[in-house]
Design a protein around this ligand. Structure first.
Ligand SMILES: [Fe+2]
Ligand SMILES: [Fe+2]
Length: 349
């Protein structure tokens, strides 16, 4: 009897082993860098575009929250119309064209940022005479954890309606106006309001409209995708920051995942005391509770970086769940490079 008891695993044993194995597997597969030189970009005939995964499933560097791809669209080409549960944001590295999202058309060119909300039908057209190149960042890994992500593709057709406000949900919410509402009815009204916000939210930031401001971490920065600009969705965000020639960003640490993509320049990141060099086109994945700091190794030119994370959703949830544990830490005195480095840069220009 005693022998038998030893063989049987209780729910407690099973879940403890499983959790330890998950974390062990993640720590063993975890990497910091995805280098442009290792990336293979291959055509996807169905989508009518070419893809290479830097960070995420099947890519150069695994991740659990956000992924990062390079997408290329040939001159004059149009991608298939498709939709996915995950949100995507695209940073335009090169080219010009437009994207149609649920019937709304937005134009873009170099260094603009595009936003594709959850479940929105969309396609993209390259109107230029050179390939259009994007960095595409999505939250598919997070949705995969919930077994929720899915993709639908309807080829070279227009984005199919009905769109807001012509949906069943809007009609139902409208029919409830002026009536006594129970909890269920209130949930319908709230769902209809979320549908409205998803359908009318911001879809693009034009880089030429942005002003980079010197911040306390020693870099110059601006939001490209943020809730303050009217983007509404899963909390996936994007900031551009420039590091002064020979300068650096103040060090800090946080949980979750942050991706840093080097748009232009050369430098290095110190993550958990280890130096990782990068140059134009490389991506850095900062995960776990690692101290990290980013340096510009070029004495003459600023380094241009975009950074993406999900602070306003996944990380906010972690903060609620883990309070009072800190979710962000930095030195009492921020140790970014001297703002005078910027004055020298401006004087030189
Ligand atoms: Fe897409
Ligand atoms: Fe960070």
């Amino acid at each position: 009897m005693r022998e038998r008891e030893r063989e049987i695993q209780t729910h407690y044993d099973i879940q403890m082993d499983r959790r330890a194995a998950d974390v062990d597997e993640w720590n063993r597969s975890r990497k910091v860098m995805a280098y442009a030189r290792d990336l293979r970009i291959a055509p996807s005939p169905l989508r009518n575009a070419s893809y290479g995964t830097m960070i995420g499933l099947g890519g150069l560097c695994p991740s659990r929250v956000i992924d990062t791809r390079i997408i290329e669209i040939a001159p004059g080409a149009r991608t298939s119309t498709h939709r996915h549960v995950h949100t995507a944001e695209l940073f335009v590295l090169e080219g010009q064209g437009y994207t149609v999202v649920n019937g709304r058309k937005v134009s873009w060119s170099r260094w603009d940022a595009l936003y594709i909300p959850t479940n929105a039908w969309h396609y993209t057209v390259n109107t230029g005479d050179r390939p259009a190149r994007f960095v595409s960042i999505g939250d598919a890994p997070l949705f995969d954890l919930f077994n929720m992500d899915r993709v639908e593709d309807i080829g070279q057709t227009e984005t199919p309606g009905p769109f807001y406000p012509e949906t069943d949900l809007q009609r139902m919410a409208k029919s409830l106006e002026g009536q006594t509402q129970g909890e269920y009815e209130r949930s319908i009204v709230e769902a209809a309001d979320n549908e409205r916000r998803l359908a009318t939210g911001t879809l693009v930031t034009h880089y030429t409209d942005q002003t980079l401001l010197l911040n306390k971490k020693g870099t110059k920065s601006t939001f490209l995708v943020d809730i303050t600009q009217g983007f509404h969705g899963t909390g996936l965000s994007m900031v551009m920051f420039h590091i002064a020639p020979g300068g650096w960003q103040s060090k800090h640490r946080h949980g979750g995942e942050a991706v840093l993509f080097a748009v232009k320049g050369k430098g290095y990141s110190v993550v958990d005391g280890e130096r990782h060099d990068w140059s134009t086109g490389d991506a850095t994945l900062v995960s776990k509770w690692s101290w990290h700091q980013h340096f510009n190794a070029d004495p003459d030119e600023p380094a241009v970086i975009i950074r993406m994370h999900m602070w306003e959703s996944q990380y906010k949830l972690m903060s609620f769940c883990m309070s009072p544990l800190p979710m962000y830490e930095e030195p009492d005195r921020l140790d970014g490079s001297d703002p005078a480095l910027w004055e020298r840069q401006e004087a030189k220009a």
